[in-house]
Design a binder for this molecule. Structure first.
Ligand SMILES: C[S@@+](CC[C@H](N)C(=O)[O-])C[C@H]1O[C@@H](n2cnc3c(N)ncnc32)[C@H](O)[C@@H]1O
Length: 446
C-alpha cells in the first residue's frame, strides 16, 4: 500500500463518523485510530486532514454537488468523506496534487468504496482542471465562501450585521495554543521566558494577565511546564471569568458546571484563602477530570457530582459567588472544534436556552443576598447569551446586571461588543480569542 493511504483512510473514517453518525471529531478520531494502529506521524496527518476537511467542508460540498451532478449527501458518508478529504488536500494542504489524488483513490478502496474509486479519481482530476469555475460556484454565498452552514451564517448576519464575515473567517483559522500561568508558582512573563528559551514563539495578552499564547500547534503534554503544574490550557477569553466574578479571600464560591475544572483551578490560583470552593458537575466521568487537574496543579476543592437544577443537590447551602459556565452550542469555539459546524442544528437552540434558563433560576436560590452570579457561555448566538439573561432579568426583580462595573477589571480589552444591556461578548476575529459571552448579576439586598 502506498505511503499516506492509512492516514487518509483514517481521516475519511473520522469525517464520515461526524457527518454520517453525528459523532464528535474527538470521539471519531479516537475510534478511527484504534481501528488500525497508525504510526505517530500518520496519526498527526490523519488529524490535520480531518480537521481541515470539516473546517472547509461546507465550501467543498458545493464543489462536490457540481462534480457529482446531484445532491452530494445522497452518497454514502464514507464516499462523501473521502471526497472532502481529497478536495481539502488539493485546495488547502499543499500536498503535491498527483500524490493527493492517487492516495485518496487508494484510501477509498481501503474504506470499502472500491466500486467508487473511479468516481473519486474522476472528481479530483476534474477539480484540478476546472478549479476556478467550481469554486466560483461555491463562493456565490457568504456561507459557501466562508464555509459555514447556511442557518448559522444567516443567524450571525441577522445578529452581527457586517461583523458576521470577520467572525466566520476567524472560525476557519488555526487556533493558537493558549496557556494560563499558574500564578501560585510562576507568572505569565516567567513562563513566556522559559518557553522562548526552549525555542517557542509566544505572546502575552494585555487583558488576560496570566495568559501566554503559542502560535505553533503542539501537544501540551510535551511541555515540561505543563507536567510540572506551571500552566494549564485555557483560551484568553475563558480567563476573563475569574476577574469578572470578583472573588475575594474568605468567600464561599460555587463553580456549578465545573468539569474539566479549567475555571475551578483558575479561581483557586488567583484567589488563595477562599472559605470554600465547591466544583459541581453532573457528569461523573468529567468530574474525575476536575480531580486530575486539581492534583496536577497542587490545588484543593470540594468536588461534587450532581445536577445543578436538582433542589436536593447542595440543599441549604449558599454562596457569595456562583459561576454558571453553562453547557451551550459551542458556537464560539468552532475554530477549535470544526465538527460543531456539522453537528449543531437550528433546532438545538431552543432546548439549550431552556436548559440554561432553568440552571440560572435554580442556582439563583443558592446566592447570598448581595452575592454575584456570573453567567458564561462559549456561544456567539443571541438565544443562549443576551436572550437568556434578558428573560431572567425580566422575571427576577432582585437580579441586577453589574457586568459593566465588573468589566472595569479587564483593562486593555479591545471593546467587547455590548450584547444587550446586560452582558459582554467577545467575538472571534477581534482580539484573537475564542467567542465568549459573560453576564454578571448581583442579588439585590432587600
Ligand atoms: C462548558 S462545560 C464547563 C467547562 C468548565 N467550567 C471549565 O472551565 O473547564 C459545561 C459543563 O456543564 C456540565 N453540566 C451540564 N448540565 C449540568 C447540570 N445540569 N448540572 C451540573 N453540570 C452540568 C457538563 O457536564 C459540562 O462539564
Amino acid at each position: 500500500m502506498s505511503e499516506g493511504v492509512d492516514s487518509r483512510a483514517a481521516a475519511a473514517r473520522a469525517v464520515a463518523a461526524v457527518i454520517g453518525a453525528g459523532q464528535t471529531l474527538g470521539t471519531a478520531l479516537g475510534a478511527a485510530r484504534g481501528a488500525r494502529a497508525l504510526a505517530p506521524g500518520d496519526r498527526a496527518h490523519a488529524q490535520a486532514l480531518a480537521f481541515g476537511a470539516l473546517r472547509f467542508g461546507h465550501r467543498l460540498k458545493h464543489v462536490l454537488a457540481q462534480l457529482l451532478g446531484r445532491p452530494w449527501d445522497q452518497h454514502a458518508p464514507e464516499l462523501q468523506a473521502v471526497l472532502l478529504v481529497g478536495l481539502y488536500q488539493l485546495e488547502y494542504s499543499g500536498t503535491p496534487p498527483h500524490a493527493a489524488v492517487s492516495t485518496t483513490v487508494e484510501a477509498a478502496r481501503a474504506l470499502g468504496q472500491g466500486r467508487a474509486a473511479g468516481l473519486v479519481n474522476a472528481c479530483l482530476r476534474r477539480f484540478q482542471r476546472e478549479r476556478q469555475t467550481l469554486l466560483a460556484g461555491a463562493d456565490g454565498t457568504l456561507a459557501g465562501r466562508l464555509s459555514h452552514p447556511e442557518w448559522f451564517t444567516e443567524a450571525l448576519v441577522r445578529e452581527q450585521g457586517e461583523g458576521a464575515a470577520s467572525l466566520l473567517a476567524a472560525n476557519n483559522e488555526h487556533p493558537p495554543l493558549a496557556l494560563r500561568a499558574n500564578v501560585l508558582k510562576t507568572s505569565a512573563s516567567a513562563l513566556a521566558d522559559r518557553l522562548e528559551a526552549a525555542g517557542e514563539a509566544v505572546r502575552l495578552v494585555p487583558f488576560a494577565p496570566a495568559a501566554v499564547v503559542l502560535d505553533r500547534p503542539l501537544d501540551v503534554r510535551e511541555l515540561a511546564e505543563f507536567r510540572e503544574g506551571l500552566c494549564s490550557v485555557q483560551d484568553a477569553a475563558a480567563q476573563l471569568a475569574v476577574p469578572l466574578l470578583g472573588v475575594r479571600a474568605g468567600m464561599r464560591v460555587l463553580d456549578a458546571c465545573a468539569a474539566p475544572g479549567g475555571k475551578t483551578c483558575h479561581l483557586l490560583e488567583a484567589v488563595p484563602g477562599l472559605a470554600e470552593l465547591v466544583a459541581l458537575d453532573v457528569d461523573a466521568a468529567r468530574a474525575e477530570r476536575i480531580v486530575e487537574n486539581l492534583s496536577r496543579l497542587g490545588l484543593e476543592a470540594r468536588v461534587e457530582v450532581g445536577d445543578a437544577t436538582d433542589p436536593a443537590v447542595l440543599a441549604g447551602e449558599s454562596f457569595d459567588r456562583i459561576l454558571l459556565d453553562a453547557p451551550c452550542s459551542g458556537s464560539g469555539v468552532i475554530r477549535r472544534h470544526p465538527d460543531i459546524k456539522w453537528l449543531r442544528r437550528p433546532s438545538d437552540l431552543a432546548p439549550l436556552a431552556a436548559r440554561q434558563r432553568l440552571m440560572l433560576a435554580s442556582l439563583w436560590g443558592h446566592l447570598t443576598p448581595g452575592g454575584r452570579l456570573l453567567y458564561a457561555t462559549c456561544s456567539v448566538l443571541e438565544a443562549e447569551c443576551g436572550g437568556v439573561i434578558d428573560a431572567f432579568l425580566r422575571e427576577t426583580p432582585e437580579a441586577v446586571a453589574v457586568t459593566e462595573s465588573a468589566s472595569l477589571e479587564l483593562a486593555g480589552l479591545p471593546a467587547p461588543k455590548a450584547a444587550g444591556a446586560a452582558g459582554i461578548a467577545l467575538l472571534p476575529g477581534i482580539a484573537g480569542t475564542d467567542g465568549f459571552y459573560y453576564a454578571c448579576l448581583e442579588r439585590r439586598i432587600r
